[in-house]
Design a protein around this ligand. Sequence first.
Ligand code: NAD
Ligand code: DAU
Length: 332
Amino acid sequence: MVGYLVTGGVGFIGSNFVRHVLNTCDASVTVLDKLTYAGDRRTLDGLDPGRCSLVVGDIADAALVDELVPRHDVVVHFAAESHNDNSLREPWPFVHTNLVGTYTLLEAVRRHDVRFHHISTDEVYGDLELDDPGKFTAATPYNPSSPYSSTKAGSDLLVRAWVRSFGVRATISNCSNNYGPYQHVEKFIPRQITNVIDGVRPRLYGAGANVRDWIHAEDHSSAVLRIIETGRIGATYLIGADGEKDNKSVVELILTLMDRPADAYDHVTDRAGHDLRYAIDASALRDELGWRPAHPDFESGLADTIAWYRDHEDWWRPQKAATEAKYAATGQ
Ligand code: NAD
Ligand code: DAU
């Protein structure tokens, strides 16, 4: 049985990965999570307590991390401050968790020679022009725009240095925008779905021409597991499912799927430094590791996600008012 230590395993994608591993592998999982505003322990409800346990703590707590890491075979590092808009309001938690936290984990896996997989984002590459035919590859130079993406870029570079200088057995993955159940209501898709449920008009930043490359969180999880099991040590893999959509089209589709007029949304203040377009070339992952997404149909995945938010109001409702109050303060 493989013992996984999953940081940030109460969050949106980390919890999806925990469920994926427990459903598909002979494995046990310890989740290390600080339970920030983004972590709700109810997200792990229903998982077998004999195979999954939660340790509440900070990845930057060196003593705690040093105690936990040697008891596991693999560390999968999802924990992060993850929201661009928050990083524009208050950058420090991003430096603490994304940089100091990642450093703390790297020192522990180095000391105890434990396999490490680092979860990162396509945002480390900056953005592409809307009419650029190209996509991000592992050779694209780093050019992050926000405090969030710059701290993620820094964390990737720490991992690379620990591989090269200290022989740490690590891989890195940079994924595009995820959607699916259990995503915090601060993020674009759940914010608009829950606004419509509340009878509030969706909010589109600027003109809404910005493009994101959407992938279902379950496909992110299956790709990460494939990299952990068969990826080359030291390699970086880009994860994406050819899901490019502009924000305006996504809002219109949400409204249509929720039986509202497609134009029943408002344009609001744009995000500072707003990246124009992300697009992933995942051919290395597909060709080298044989990975394929199981949810390539965005419209049906979005319909399922809408149904999930309709059915799980008890999960998201406690966060909604405080999240909207933060947006109201910046006119968004
Ligand atoms: P999330 O905000 O939903 O969850 C983050 C989790 O980390 C929360 O449970 C939180 O409590 C925990 N956490 C935060 N600081 C911590 C600390 N100091 N110590 C321990 N736990 C801490 O984030 P997410 O959207 O699930 O993203 C997970 C990872 O995937 C992040 O590394 C993010 O950069 C990356 N990523 C996200 C996306 C996306 O579309 N959401 C895409 C690509 C990559
Ligand atoms: O690309 C991967 C990244 O995707 C991850 O690294 C991040 O953790 C994740 O949050 C996400 O970042 P984005 O900034 O792209 O996601 P967000 O959901 O915040 O916004 C998606 C797009 O929608 C973006 O262009 C901004 C826009 N937007 C967002 C909100 C919250 C709106 O138009 N209106 C909104 O209300």
